[in-house]
Design a protein around this ligand. Structure first.
Ligand SMILES: Cc1cc2nc3c(=O)[nH]c(=O)nc-3n(C[C@H](O)[C@H](O)[C@H](O)COP(=O)(O)OP(=O)(O)OC[C@H]3O[C@@H](n4cnc5c(N)ncnc54)[C@H](O)[C@@H]3O)c2cc1C
Ligand SMILES: *[C@@H]1O[C@H](CO)[C@@H](O)[C@H](O)[C@H]1NC(C)=O
Ligand SMILES: *[C@@H]1O[C@H](CO)[C@@H](O)[C@H](O)[C@H]1NC(C)=O
Ligand SMILES: *[C@@H]1O[C@H](CO)[C@@H](O)[C@H](O)[C@H]1NC(C)=O
Ligand SMILES: *[C@@H]1O[C@H](CO)[C@@H](O)[C@H](O)[C@H]1NC(C)=O
Ligand SMILES: *[C@@H]1O[C@H](CO)[C@@H](O)[C@H](O)[C@H]1NC(C)=O
Ligand SMILES: CC(=O)N[C@H]1CO[C@H](CO)[C@@H](O)[C@@H]1O
Length: 610
């Protein structure tokens, strides 16, 4: 057993632990064992609703729609069922490639320059639960001003997306477990499907950074109360120190419902469209290479495959910008700006703090800590280490709202000073041990509302099976680069605090080649452009809006110009909100479910064609 192998969960972790834990069973490696359902014949392939993608939004929607007894619901998910290993808070799933869509941005010559291949990785979840299985689980809703800015004058329905009307949609699924937060009953609620709470396990350095941010003038506050600046002890989507994905919170509890069919390991390749009526009949999905099946929707097909894969699926089906589709000889059925307006939050590596007096943790200790988590759900692995806190700051005065999150992530590297001078930014970010053990703190200044916009199109050589082309344009707008450098300036103030000095935490002398070690804007500019990091929080490709020229769906999430098709995930957000987009995505699915219920139950169908 080599401790170096522990980092990444799943296979390696399990192999390492298999000698000590009976709970690591062979099914970890077994290939998708498909349910018998997909072997059923065509006659049973007609549903009321088809939900394409069992991700963050898809699982919420599946729960809500299948609660209606006379509705038959199908969920089609490309990934497989979750595994208990993904539930350990201290073990980051975001590096575990088998459950990810391993996409990359296009090389552009101005950002991601020193990342492998000169491009940034974009990794979202490919597993039942989607990115809610591979994310950091931070529960942040963003700020009122973000939602209010989605409003479009003249479009009455856009008023429904004002924050004041959405707060109940957030609360609908919330089960807040921290009393000091819950007392603010305007913002928080109990009794929903999704437990949110802080970790009980707090280590010494969480306290040091917390106090250092306080010295910089930031108060500890609940970020979900529309404030501008704070140091935040995050709430996470956890129950009993175990990850709650939307799969475990919303889907698993209702799996027994007779009218709910969930197929995993199936990739939807096309939306079937009746071109005469401009209406959607259903979808085609691949159960194994070259073997495809149809599924029909009597009422609606709802896409929730995320901001990148939605583009691929829509373009392949003839919905997208005419000029782009023509390049692939795809006949345009509806000419819509699908794939434009791509936005991702952005940050940079290179800002690492070294903690010198941390003794290396022994292999036995780590193994014992795993045992403690598996048996009792406690100990260091029942935490995310320094990642439990972050600071939200307001760079510009325009709004009374944050622009930047200073996010922290611990890592363990051999603490020998000589080695640190030699390690690259990429090595400083490569997880070596669970997050709970660290002697290096990477600080990421995340631009929450970046200005740069990009575009997603089909793979040039292999549109159907190849990875979509992501022109992310990270840091393209000079405003973004300036904001990044300004945030680094602020982050460096940490070094001047008494708390950090007392704890002897200093900048780690990592190798920043080809950028010099100078402490000035030019150097940080260079670092940001070379060590750019895409947050993998893509939005905007199917943005909602009032008309076909600049949006893909209307404010009721219906795709313009076609019947029977909605989109209900992060891709409909016109812009980012000032925080992560996990809670906002669950909220969008909640809103979508209400709209659909209303349309079919009260108005007997906006799409009353059948
Ligand atoms: C590493 C990481 C950490 C993050 N941390 C946080 C955080 O701490 N807090 C926060 O607020 N946000 C965070 N986010 C962002 C947030 O979790 C996601 O952006 C959000 O969950 C996206 O939800 P979605 O429903 O749009 O897509 P997803 O959850 O990605 O769901 C899409 C689903 O569709 C499936 N799918 C795709 N194509 C097909 C197809 N053709 N056929 C069938 N199925 C398909 C996928 O496999 C996936 O399950 C993080 C994101 C990442 C990547
Ligand atoms: C599109 O069709 C034209 C004419 O049939 C053909 O020459 C061209 O190679 C096709 N392009 C692609 C990308 O299939
Ligand atoms: C789990 O908790 C019980 C009771 O507190 C304790 O006896 C046991 O040693 C713990 N197990 C581990 C592996 O820590
Ligand atoms: C938490 O999980 C542990 C381990 O499975 C279990 O023993 C304990 O009862 C759980 N606690 C609660 C409150 O469910
Ligand atoms: C450190 O880097 C230098 C130059 O890149 C190299 O010559 C040296 O071998 C490295 N040292 C170690 C211990 O890796
Ligand atoms: C479409 O909507 C945008 C703003 O939402 C507006 O600027 C534009 O003028 C509209 N175009 C048409 C053709 O109505
Ligand atoms: C539409 C549909 O298939 N409805 C079925 C849902 O399940 C109940 C029993 O669980 C059946 O009676 C319905 O026919």
């Amino acid at each position: 057993m080599r401790i170096e192998l522990l980092p990444l969960l799943g296979k390696q972790l399990c192999l390492t632990l298999v000698t000590v834990l009976a709970s690591c069973s062979a099914d970890l490696f077994s290939k998708a064992t498909r349910t018998k359902a997909d072997e059923r014949d065509l006659r049973s392939s007609v549903f009321d609703f088809i939900i394409v993608g069992g991700g963050t939004a898809g699982c919420v929607l599946a729960n809500r729609l299948s609660a209606v007894h006379d509705w038959k619901v199908l969920v089609l998910e490309a990934g497989d069922e979750e595994n208990i290993d993904y539930d350990i808070p201290g073990v980051p799933t975001k590096d575990y490639r088998p459950i990810l869509w391993n996409y990359r941005t296009e090389k552009n010559g101005f950002s991601c320059l020193s990342r492998p291949g000169g491009s940034c990785e974009v990794r979202t979840g490919k597993v039942l639960g989607g990115s809610s299985v591979t994310n950091d689980m931070k529960y942040t809703r963003g700020h009122k001003v973000d939602y209010d800015s989605w409003h479009s004058t003249g479009a009455l329905e856009s008023l429904d997306w004002k924050f004041g009307n959405l707060i109940d949609m957030f609360k609908a699924s919330e089960d807040n477990g921290d009393y000091d937060t819950l007392v603010n009953s305007f913002y928080h609620a109990r009794g929903g499907e999704m437990r949110v709470q802080r970790f009980k396990h707090v280590d010494r350095y969480i306290e040091v950074f917390d106090a250092a941010f306080a010295e910089m003038g930031l108060r500890t506050q609940d970020i979900n109360t529309n404030i501008a600046e704070a140091v935040v002890n995050h709430q996470f989507t956890i129950w009993n120190n175990t990850r709650l994905s939307t799969n475990s919170a919303f889907l698993k509890p209702v799996k027994h419902r007779k009218n709910l069919t969930i197929l995993t390991g199936v990739t939807v390749t096309k939306i079937m469209i009746n071109t005469q009526e401009k209406s959607v009949d259903g979808v085609v999905y691949e159960i194994e290479k070259g073997k495809e099946r149809p599924a029909y929707a009597k009422r609606e097909t709802i896409l929730t495959v995320g901001a990148i894969n939605n583009v691929k699926l829509l373009h392949l089906s003839g919905i997208g910008p005419k000029a782009d589709l023509k390049k692939h000889n795809i006949t345009t059925i509806v000419d819509l700006p699908v794939g434009l307006n791509y936005q991702d939050q952005v940050t940079t590596g290179g800002l690492s703090f070294a903690i010198n007096d941390v003794a290396p943790v022994s292999e036995n200790q780590v193994i014992n800590d795993f045992k403690t988590w598996f048996q009792n759900r406690s100990g260091p692995l029942a935490s995310k280490g320094i990642g439990q806190i972050s600071a939200y700051i307001q760079l510009y005065e325009n709004y009374n709202a944050p622009d930047v999150e200073l996010s922290l992530e611990g890592n363990f590297v051999r603490s020998d000073k000589f080695m640190l001078t030699n390690i690259s930014v990429n090595a400083a970010e490569e997880t070596n041990l669970p997050l709970s053990y660290y002697n290096l703190v990477n600080l990421y200044p995340i631009l929450l509302r970046p200005k740069s916009k990009g575009k997603v199109t089909l793979n040039k050589r292999n549109p159907k099976l190849g990875r979509p082309v992501i022109q992310a344009n990270l840091l393209k707008e000079s405003e973004d680069l300036d904001s990044m450098v300004d945030s680094i300036d602020i982050a460096l103030q940490l070094l001047d605090t008494k708390e950090m000095k007392k704890a002897e935490i200093k900048l780690a002398p990592i190798d920043l080649f080809p950028c010099d070690r100078l402490r000035n804007r030019d150097q940080w500019n260079c670092i940001a452009r070379h060590y750019t990091k895409a947050m993998s929080n893509p939005v905007g490709t199917c943005r909602m809006g009032g008309n076909k020229t600049d949006s893909v769906v209307d404010f009721k999430l219906r795709v313009h110009g076609i019947e029977g098709l909605r989109i209900a995930d992060a891709s409909v957000m016109p812009t980012h909100v000032r925080g992560g987009i996990y809670a906002p995505t669950m909220m969008i699915a909640e809103v979508a479910a209400r709209i659909i219920l209303k349309d079919w139950k009260e108005n007997s169908g906006t799409y009353n064609r059948r």
